[in-house]
Design a protein. Structure first.
Length: 749
């Protein structure tokens, strides 16, 4: 118990200082992350004029939990389906930016003659732009609804994914596994466990949540979600990955469930608390002496990020098919580093492979580039205008039309591509599931059975059950897509296609037979000929089995249903964007969402009264209200507080619309204390102006802004006063109103 008071005192100091500094930074319209870093510096050991955290080891433990919950929340915002729908453009841009910036960071590190590990980790830090800072800057500058901001956010999502993989790779390099074979092995292990955990998670977790949905309230859902996060973190650590990697995987699994939106809201306060502690712990490591000593590298790294991201970022988006103007706006927006750079630095520090000076240097660079982010965003258009004037028009024209020339695949090529991609995905996924099932059975079930039965009987039972367990997977490998439209089209269109098609079946049958052969070979010592014959016979039985076919189909349908459950809910509640958005003829026209503020002056007005099309040139295509969606609203449709408007227009039109919606609000009431309602007793004497007047004629409501709640007649309860009641001398009435209005009524009444 002796450690508890010290921990409580440290947390009190951290949270109080972080709260005060974050309020100050909020008022200065700066990201809260910077406020936490400053708070960490103020309570850190390098600030002699303030109170200092006593037990830094406990704070580091809490900070590691903060990293885990931060990545868990990141996983909740991530969706594998979104990545697949993005297409090649964000992948091209992300790959270009990350590769170029990482290479640039490594080269800069070598220029300053830093160690190889410092250079490698520095490259990883410089390659990661900050999602939080960019989102905040877009919001502050009113750019979040513009089309290019969506491209930037797509790249940032992919960068976050690459950062997770990079952390695993950096840990492998730090552990000495830097050879080509070891690196390839690490990549394959990452892919294996990602597919395995995701597929198994999508099968099990939605079923579990669906079965207990009636009994789970908000508190229980929070506990279950954080419990699953910690469980996956433990599993990840056990198999050789980091806890943060496991937390991210669990977040991405829960992101596909119906409960995802609820979980995001419930987990956010927990993430904010531990995330604040993490960033404060980062700020505690800032040493002013090191910053002064490494001032030249800091300034150099700032220039490298600003110029490098502006150049390589624009180049990456240009390669992905954007116009020069759009590419420059995207590239200039990403010129900073943030939270993932701190996480990578924390990883290097925990592995004891980076020098102590690198942490404060990276923090200083992050602070400077964060302050410069809005100015870089504003500089994009002037820079483009400057280039447009200086460069030859033919260059500008070629750059604006620089796209990835990807000819659309028609006919046989399209069918072959679709079929081979589908077969590869199916074979890889079901092979991973089969391998994982065999490993579990041999590791846990076989030793258990061998304690109960004799050696041969135990092996036989384990072998049969293992084959039965993986039989739906093996049948899917052999038979899926053999009757698909692509397969049939290729089979009937040209006889030359038939041998390659049959060959694809033979290869998949061979893979399935290999799994059965491995099981039998491990558990028996029969002759090779017998084993091969037995395995082929088992494979044929799997193909012929109708019950196995139905089981395989049910499993796949259940997986697809679980995978689409969140999308189904979004369709029902009207939160999915209309499909025609991607087919708008004008490339500058797109759909954006706007929330009507609670204090908006537009509330209660119809679309006809607001005349949004006449004023701003936009069209309101839908109004989302709670779980109701009103498509193509008429002019008589009324806007209410909390409505979400889906609006069609160009970047400029949507920006003007968003500014007007944000500005046209009621002024804040700075004399809130005077708005308190009071209940007062009033006696009508002979000199009162109300004598002989009805309640409606008295003007008590519309002149004095008060309300008569009852008439006192000596009864236990007050009597209701109708609008036609005439006041008489001696009446005792009870009135509700604000103090100033009651005083005015008493004096004039």
């Amino acid at each position: 118990m002796s450690e508890l008071p010290e921990l409580v005192k440290d947390l009190a100091l951290i949270l109080i200082v972080a709260g005060v500094v974050s309020i100050l930074f909020k008022r200065l319209r700066q990201p809260l992350v910077l406020g936490y870093l400053v708070a960490g510096f103020l309570v850190g050991p390098h600030m002699p004029y303030t109170m200092t955290v006593g037990d830094q080891e406990n704070i580091e433990t809490w900070a590691n939990i903060g990293v885990m919950f931060t990545l868990f929340s990141l996983g909740l915002d991530f969706s594998f389906k979104k990545i697949l729908k993005m297409g090649a453009a964000p992948i091209i841009a992300t790959t270009t930016i990350v590769f170029c910036m990482m290479t640039l960071g490594i080269l800069v590190g070598h220029v300053f003659q830093w160690s190889d590990m410092n250079c490698i980790f520095l490259g990883g830090m410089l390659a990661m732009s900050s999602t939080t800072i960019i989102y905040k800057a877009f919001d502050d500058l009113g750019l979040r609804q513009q089309n290019f901001s969506g491209l930037v956010m797509s790249v940032l999502i992919l960068e976050d994914i690459l950062a997770i993989v990079m952390m695993v790779m950096l840990a492998a390099i730090a552990g000495g596994s830097a050879g080509g074979g070891e690196m390839l092995n690490s990549i394959l292990r990452i892919g294996f466990f990602l597919v395995l955990w995701f597929v198994v998670g999508i099968f099990i977790i939605p079923l579990f949540l669906r079965s207990v949905r009636k009994f789970v309230n908000a508190e229980m859902l929070l506990i279950v979600s954080l419990g699953l996060c910690c469980l996956m973190a433990v599993i990840s650590t056990t198999v050789g990955f980091s806890s943060a990697f496991g937390a991210f995987v669990m977040g991405s699994i829960l992101a596909e469930t119906i409960e995802a939106d609820k979980i995001i809201k419930l987990v956010e306060p927990v993430k904010n608390l531990f995330g604040a502690i993490f960033f404060v712990s980062v700020g505690m490591l800032v040493d002013p002496d090191i910053i002064v000593e490494y001032a030249v590298p800091i300034v150099t790294l700032v220039l490298v990020i600003l110029i490098g991201q502006a150049l390589f970022g624009s180049m990456g988006f240009l390669f992905s098919g954007q116009s020069l103007k759009s590419a420059m706006r995207c590239g200039f927006s990403m010129a900073q580093i943030g939270e993932f750079s701190f996480i990578i630095a924390t990883l290097g520090r925990s592995l004891n492979v980076v020098s102590d000076f690198l942490y404060p240097v990276v923090v200083a660079v992050s602070v400077i580039t964060t302050f410069l982010t809005p100015y870089m965003m504003k500089a994009a258009i002037p820079s483009y205008n400057y280039l447009e004037k200086r460069l030859p028009k033919s260059w500008i024209r070629r750059l604006n039309h620089l796209t990835m020339s990807q000819p659309s695949a028609h006919g046989e090529r399209g069918h072959w591509r679709n079929l081979l991609v589908s077969l590869t995905v199916i074979t890889v996924i079901y092979s991973i599931l089969s391998a994982a099932s065999i490993t579990l059975m041999f590791t846990f079930f076989l030793p258990f059975v061998q304690h109960i039965l004799s050696f041969w009987w135990a092996n036989a039972v384990c072998g049969v059950l293992t084959i039965l367990l993986i039989s739906p997977f093996l049948r899917a490998i052999m038979m899926k897509k053999n009757h698909s439209e692509d397969f049939k089209a290729l089979w009937t269109s040209n006889r030359i296609n038939r041998f390659p098609l049959v060959f694809t079946i033979i290869v998949r049958v061979f893979i399935a037979v290999a799994f059965v052969f491995y099981i039998c070979n491990e558990l028996s010592h029969f002759s090779m000929a017998f084993l091969i014959s037995f395995c082929v016979a088992v494979a044929m039985l799997m193909i012929m089995s109708r019950s196995l076919k139905s089981r395989s189909i049910r499993m796949e349908r259940l997986f697809i249903q679980n995978l689409r459950s969140r999308d189904i809910k979004a369709e029902v509640t009207g939160r999915i964007r209309p499909l025609f958005e991607g087919r708008l003829l004008d490339r500058d026209i797109h759909i954006a969402d706007f929330d009507v503020p609670a204090d908006s002056k537009w509330s209660g007005k119809t679309l006809a009264q607001l005349a949004l099309g006449h004023k701003y040139g936009v069209h309101v295509s839908s109004i989302l209200r709670a779980t109701h969606r009103l498509n193509i609203p008429e002019g008589s449709s009324v806007i209410y507080p909390g409505d979400k408007l889906q609006v069609i227009g160009s970047d400029e039109q949507l920006a003007a619309f968003g500014q007007a919606l944000a500005k046209e609000i009621f002024d804040e009431d700075y004399e809130l204390e005077k708005r308190e309602m009071k209940l007062r007793r009033m006696v009508i004497d002979g000199n009162s102006q109300f004598v002989g007047k009805t309640l409606e004629e008295s003007g008590i409501r519309h002149v004095f802004n008060c309300m008569v709640v009852g008439l006192e007649e000596g009864k236990e309860n007050l009597s209701q006063v109708s609008p036609s009641y005439r006041f008489a001398k001696g009446d005792i009435i009870w009135i509700v109103g604000e103090v100033e209005d009651l005083d005015r009524l008493t004096i004039n009444g």
